[in-house]
Design a protein around this ligand. Structure first.
Ligand code: SF4
Length: 486
């Protein structure tokens, strides 16, 4: 027999097949990417840190293979009059939940508190708490109040209390609890041994986008672009109503947004669509020396250093290629390897590396612009230099978003898609770090490791990865210029 946990219940609300996969075939889930791993890890750390808000509380010892023991321990703690229990575990028939905090009220009811590392209460927190409340009440423990404790961006480390904020959500949870009984009744048959996997096909939808079983199970044989890859979410219901799933089946006269229609036509014709009239003026804006800049950052729920806030985006590395008018290209970089706040040392180096004239090419300028403004605000001595750099940003992604579409990009414009398509000799495939989330995770692991070899390996991988991002921009710009001259 399988128990329906909080995460299984939440999966079941989204998709019965996802619930079934989690219960019976969890090993098929795609491995976590670096960013998800980092968020999970710091989410756990945030939860453990929250225990400090409840001095004197009793912590139930959790062994995930012996959760019935945790249920018993919780029951005994309640019976002996404990008022605040951390990781309290409740069970009703096939429903079992671990609740972060339960507090006994004067009237004998309970205050249920969920700790979330997000910076605000999200809609998805209500059904999560509603399920816990329902299970507690079915088990005989009435819940009169529900709250979420989330991360407070204004909190300043190491003041632990300041990084948490508690919000009462009793009303919203009471509304969400009305449907829990019916939901559970629909889910329980899937938790019986031998239950058949619900058919995934009719469930294909936007929900699949972030699902761990998309690529490994339900969509594994889908090799053609689907409407969910390309079409704006507002236009999806109409296509679903027409039973259209693949891009190739979108009717020619179906009303799509202009950019989506352009992508669809490009993909269906397997062509390349270059808007020369729009692209040339953009290229003409470039001024030498041309800098190619890329930052790596880390943002986690539990601040890493004194003075930091939860989820503060700390830049810890940059790579900078510099192209002179004669074609010469040189490289410089910074990686913060000490276990300390990296921002000031990085700003000092960057201010010295980047000159006061010349274009600064980035890929997806929101990120680099945000980091530069953050540095300007924190370090007034560099404000003028950082602002000057912001003013000279030139976003290479705009070229591939608006002016240069290749059907192989699909609807995407990420450098991870564009680079291997146009410059196949450069690839991220051989790198141990292949995305920004993995870079953040590697940096945190490097700082926390006592092993010299491990630190060295992480540092080398980070340098290679970040350098590849900027050399990629150099090569993509060269490619675009050659195409335009051709
Ligand atoms: S990929 Fe889609 S259909 Fe399959 S389990 Fe996930 S959400 Fe459900």
């Amino acid at each position: 027999m399988k128990y329906i946990s909080k995460s299984s219940y939440m999966a079941g609300i989204d998709c019965p097949r996802m619930l079934w996969q989690k219960l019976w075939d969890r090993k098929s889930a795609a491995p976590l990417d670096g960013m998800t791993e980092l968020i999970f890890e710091f989410g756990n750390r945030f939860g453990v840190l929250a225990h400090q808000l409840f001095p004197g509380a009793v912590l139930i010892d959790i062994n995930i293979f012996k959760l019935n023991r945790a249920v018993e321990d919780t029951k005994k703690a309640i019976e002996r009059g404990v008022d605040v229990i951390l990781e309290a575990t409740f069970c009703y028939e096939q429903c079992r939940v671990l609740s972060d905090v339960v507090e006994r009220q004067e009237d004998g009811t309970w205050h249920l508190i969920e700790v979330k590392s997000s910076t605000h209460v999200k809609d998805e927190h209500y059904p999560d708490l509603a399920y816990q409340k329902w299970v507690m009440e079915q088990a005989g423990y009435p819940v009169s109040q529900c709250s979420v404790i989330h991360a407070d961006r204004d909190g300043v480390w190491p003041d632990v209390a300041s990084v948490f904020k508690q919000v009462d959500v009793t009303e919203e949870v009471n509304a969400a609890v009305q449907v829990v009984g019916d939901n559970v009744a629909a889910m329980v048959p899937l938790a019986q041994p031998g239950s058949a996997a619900p058919d995934a096909r009719p469930l294909f939808s936007k929900v699949c986008h972030d699902c761990d079983f998309k690529k490994t199970v339900c969509w594994k044989d889908i090799n053609e672009p689907t409407i969910y890859d390309v079409v704006d979410v507002r236009k999806i219901p109409g296509l679903e109503a027409l039973d259209v799933f693949y891009v190739k089946d979108i009717p020619d006269d179906y009303d799509l947004y202009t950019n989506d229609r352009r992508n669809v036509d490009c993909m269906n014709s397997q062509g390349v669509d270059i808007d020369r009239a729009g692209l040339q003026p953009m290229l003409d804006e470039l001024e030498y020396p041309i800098y190619f800049l890329d930052f790596e950052t880390a943002a986690v729920a539990v601040p890493l250093f004194d003075g930091n806030h939860p989820w503060e985006k700390l830049p810890f590395q940059y790579s900078l290629h510099i192209m002179e008018e004669n074609g010469e290209v040189r490289h410089t970089e910074y990686l913060h390897e000490k276990n300390s706040d990296p921002a000031e040392a990085l700003a000092d180096r960057l201010a010295g590396d980047i000159g006061q004239r010349g274009s600064v090419v980035v890929y997806h300028k929101t990120m680099e612009s945000g980091v530069l403004k953050y540095l300007a605000e924190r370090f007034p001595q560099h404000a003028a230099s950082m602002q000057s750099t912001v003013d000279r940003l030139w976003d290479l992604e705009v070229v591939f978003l608006k002016h240069y579409r290749d059907w192989r990009f699909g609807s995407r414009s990420s450098i991870k898609v564009v680079l291997p398509t146009l410059v196949p000799e450069l690839t991220y495939d051989d790198e141990t770090i292949s995305d920004g989330g993995a870079a953040s995770l590697a940096w945190v692991r490097m700082l926390e490791s006592d092993d010299f070899i491990t630190r060295q390996e992480k540092a080398d991988a980070l340098r290679r990865y970040c350098k590849l991002d900027t050399i990629a921009m150099v090569e993509l710009l060269k490619h675009v210029r050659v195409v335009m001259e051709g």
